[in-house]
Ligand binder design. Sequence first.
Ligand code: F6R
Length: 242
Amino acid sequence: MEILRNKSYEEVSKEAAKIITKVIQENPKAILGLATGSTPLGLYNELIKEFNEGILDFSEVRTFNLDEYIGLTPEHEQSYRFFMENNLFKHINLKIENCQVPSGVEVDYDKYCDEYEKMIDAAGGMDLLILGVGENGHIAFNEPNTRLGSATHIIDLTEDTIKVNSRFFRSEVEVPRQAITMGMGTIMKAKKIVLLLTGKNKSHVLNRLLNEKFITAEFPVSFLMMHRDVTVIFDEEACGEI
Ligand code: F6R
């Protein structure tokens, strides 16, 4: 694991943008895996800036998002498709057909999860995957006690995650109880992974990851210790307990 400590959230975002820029400049057809949530917002703003300055061209890039709430249509303001459209896709020159966000409104999920997995494989796999991490150590929506080899699947969100994510909804009851998520197996197949970890509320996660060095399904982010190319970028606020 490469560990990059930065002063602020802004610096973390810039550092992550540098890595994505290098990947795209070396391979204009790069396949990216993308996360939603508060953490990557600064990174997406950096990418938009670089696009506007003519530094980055996304015309041949393809993206696969990690997850989506079950039951939310792409037009729903809290759906991850809506988030990606508004915070990244519509501001850069990614082709719409090249941006995949798992669908939250399928009828046959066994079939759909299999297709999503096959789409990633057919594209050649993810060259670079951007991850955030939940306060309980989840990555994508692989909640504690997840299986290491899992492919894209449907998961029941934990009460903790529902509570944390309710900040984006009018009330806790509106938060969907299930999500579709890339599995740990899907994530581990990415050639390169960048994990962003920022803010005081993630300091216990960083502390546990860097100091405990213990791989356990009960703390899914710890599986990343088994990946050969992971960069963890964090800010000083997240260092609180180190
Ligand atoms: C989102 C995702 C989640 C988030 C995590 C942290 O696509 O996969 O694992 O990365 O819940 O969310 P934030 O960044 O809002 O703290």
